[in-house]
Design a protein around this ligand. Structure first.
Ligand SMILES: [Zn+2]
Ligand SMILES: [Zn+2]
Length: 279
């Protein structure tokens, strides 16, 4: 990839403006009166957005790591959409391209280009993805009308949530209770693309063709997504933390769904495939 000419950044000013506004509004939480319930609510919001993303968008939609009822799928996806990440059609296309070309020519977000580009640059770069990539990469989910609706109205779930919470809790409570945990989760997901492809920041117990890396502190922040070398070795696994000590709340949540009868055909690697989980 280093020998490939790097195309110039085609900055999307609307996306930049959106990111600046949500980060600035989130930061205002530190200057506004904070209600007593703000901290527990912020933690709940962070975990809900996180599980929607890691369990719903990533493990379920992108990798079919398990099966579940349609209402569970749509609930998880809608939670993920509250961070403005875009329809599952866009998200899955980008992510599947990443897996197909990880750290090589064609990867959407590799630190081989620069750490900043992998973290945030690709999001503001109109040249990083194609608006119709999903037609090639997401044939398995093109039948969902809801996902096509989200393609056109990707910010609607987020805007509706902001308005409802603003009216119910009061506008001064909104940054601490929703916007700050939302932005923190966005940054945690960005770290999976950036830090978890920098071998210096972690370990690579699995032999993969890319630079994917297990970074424990990203797993703490991103609810198990930091075991990224494990994930690239066996992308279809619902479980990212393979050892008992590898913190993976996404896996715990899937197991909970399974025990409630809301998830089945849960896929995990066999011992032969990857020195499988010890628990
Ligand atoms: Zn990766
Ligand atoms: Zn993946």
């Amino acid at each position: 990839m280093a020998d490939t000419p790097v195309p110039p950044l085609r900055v999307n000013k609307l996306v930049v403006a959106y990111l600046v506004v949500v980060h600035a509004l989130a930061a205002s939480a530190f200057f506004l009166p904070v209600p007593s319930y703000a901290l527990p609510m912020a933690v709940c919001v962070y975990v809900a957005l996180g599980l929607g993303t890691t369990v719903g968008l990533h493990r379920l939609i992108c990798h079919h790591a398990f099966e579940c009822p349609r209402w569970v799928e749509y609930t998880l996806v809608t939670l993920a959409m509250l961070t403005g990440q875009g329809s599952p059609l866009l998200w899955a296309a980008t992510h599947r391209i990443h897996h197909a070309h990880a750290d090589a020519h064609g990867d959407v977000h590799s630190p081989q280009r620069s750490f900043f580009y992998a973290h945030l640059g690709w999001i503001i770069d109109d040249g990083s993805t194609g608006s119709e990539d999903w037609k090639t990469w997401c044939r398995d989910i093109v039948g969902h009308r809801y996902y096509h609706w989200l393609l056109r109205y990707r910010l609607v779930p987020q805007l509706v949530t902001v308005v409802v919470l603003g009216l119910v809790l009061g506008w001064k409570a909104l940054p601490a209770c929703f916007l700050l945990p939302m932005v923190c989760w966005m940054q945690s997901t960005y770290l999976v693309n950036s830090a978890c492809h920098v071998p210096l920041l972690g370990v690579r117990p699995q032999s993969t063709r890319d630079q994917s890396t297990n970074v424990w502190w990203v797993s703490v922040l991103a609810l198990g997504e930091g075991w990224h070398n494990n994930h690239h070795a066996y992308p279809a696994s619902a479980r990212h933390g393979w050892k008992w000590w590898q913190w993976d709340p996404g896996w715990i949540f899937i197991r909970l769904l399974e025990q409630l009868g809301l998830a089945w055909d849960v896929r995990v690697p066999t011992r032969r495939e990857n020195e499988a989980p010890t628990t």
